[in-house]
Design a protein around this ligand. Structure first.
Ligand code: SF4
Length: 218
């Protein structure tokens, strides 16, 4: 039995910064959440609540752990990956802290991919209306995946996307011409806990994991 990629609980600092991020899960290394080998941060909380969402356990804002942006940047750079993927939950419902994370990651020469359930035009309007945190998170995202999940429009062609209405937005030149297969990663810890992340057809996933105590990542 493999332990899978290293994963650790997001530990809390003694006094989180005002822009601390409420993190549901941190994965040091994954090849299922964007191009190349990346770290992944799932945030806790999403008010969009798409029908058929893969992560309904991340809707509420009471779970997760508050972590300072600087600590998250350090975790990613120490992991030695090519960058970070921000997903959730809804990253643009915690834009200030995640903008700080994204800025730190880019300053270290790494890339940022952000998933959001909001349409890009909605986020652009919020930014132009003066929401500096939203503007900053957009400014520090290289590749944005935007739009709500539609379970009636499941995307079986493009990697990483859940439904055909969702868009890739290349906000910089740094993650252009990327591609990769959809993957499902299953992590089994020494104590027998099973976590999954990545993308797979819901019926196939349910059949695979039937009877196992699991934690889903996307
Ligand atoms: S798919 Fe994304 S945006 Fe939609 S409810 Fe789930 S976490 Fe929120």
């Amino acid at each position: 039995m493999s332990d899978g990629p290293p994963e650790t609980d997001p530990g809390a600092g003694p006094r989180p910064a005002p822009d601390a991020v409420r993190v549901a899960r941190f994965l040091d290394r994954t090849t299922a959440e964007g191009p190349g080998e990346r770290s992944a941060i799932w945030v806790q909380g999403c008010t969009i609540r798409c029908a058929g969402c893969f992560n309904p356990h991340l809707f509420g804002t009471r779970g997760g752990t508050l972590i300072d942006p600087a600590d998250l940047v350090a975790r990613v750079t120490e992991a030695g990956t090519s960058g970070v993927t921000l997903l959730g939950g809804e990253p643009f419902e915690q834009p200030a802290g995640l903008a700080a994370v994204a800025a730190g990651i880019q300053a270290a020469g790494l890339t940022v991919m952000t998933f959001t359930g909001y349409e890009h035009a909605v986020l652009r309007t919020r930014a132009s209306d003066g929401d500096r945190a939203v503007a900053a998170l957009l400014d520090h995202t290289d590749l944005l995946v935007a739009g709500p999940f539609r379970q009636d429009l499941v995307d079986r062609e493009r990697p990483w996307l859940g439904s055909t209405n969702q868009e890739f937005l290349h906000l910089t030149d740094r993650l252009r011409n990327v591609s990769g297969p959809d993957r499902l990663e299953v992590t089994v810890t020494a104590s027998g806990d099973v976590s999954v992340n990545g993308w797979a057809d819901t019926d196939a996933l349910d059949a695979l994991l039937a009877g196992l105590p699991t934690r889903r990542g996307r």
